[in-house]
Write a protein of this length. Sequence first.
Length: 306
Amino acid sequence: GGERFQKGYIIDKPKFLSELAERARSKGAEIKLGARVTDAWRDESLIKLTVKEGTKVEEVAGKVVLGCDGYSSLIAKKFFDTSKVEYTSCVQYTLVNCELEDEHLLRFYLGSSVAPLGYLWIFPKGDGVANVGVGVRKGSPKPYLDKFIKEHPSMFRNVKPVKFGGAPVVTSGQLPKVTGDNLMLCGEAAGQVIPFTGAGIHTGIVAGKIAGAVAAEAVKSGNVTEKALLPYKNEFDEIFGANIKRSLKAMKVFEELPDEDFNNLANLLSGEDIIDLANGLNVERVAKKLLSHPILAVKVAKALLT
């Protein structure tokens, strides 16, 4: 029914990042493309970085360093506890000549045969082009993606891949600490990803905006201690902290379910319910819906409510 369809948006991420970079440059930021930070250390009241750009190596120092360096964050590994970080392995094709019934509909597939401990997605981009990918926490993702494409000729019989890529996504929740003296972590480096869905663009935007403002104020005041930078985490947590925790709980509950229970859930819940669960929203309301089911009440509802 129509209630299972919810609005969402697809962005052209390369263009989006390019626009953000240009806006930052126009405000005075210096951008180094092709440069890589290879080391970081504390030197009294500063954080120092080794930056390699081609054959050129230089040392850079900062009063506050923001680690926005993704799932393999050097800053997180050097200064924070990352021992409990877990990843979901993801791969994605950009395919042309797709034959999709509705190019305004995002498709998600769950199940042990499709994506064990994860999900598969189809994101249409228009004119027969789509991003088709999968994320799994068990096994290698590419065989599942290739199998799915082969088994759905109605959509993919004439497709050609024009792009392929993959990367791990942090799906273990926010790190316990994301600030320290002179230091802040943002986005995936901080584990600020909605665990069930792997979504991190919206959380990263919010984190970056808050962190930038807090860091600027701290530098201006001359106080760059952890205490001075902590308002960043507090403000972020007010917006997304509970969502991330609830989504992680829902993910842990759902990864234990057999496919039959997923089918039962699909019959009991609306599209809005499922999206809310995955994003850590209104979990109690959704869980109470399941209390009437003899099996799901025990397997899902009680676990979500505790």
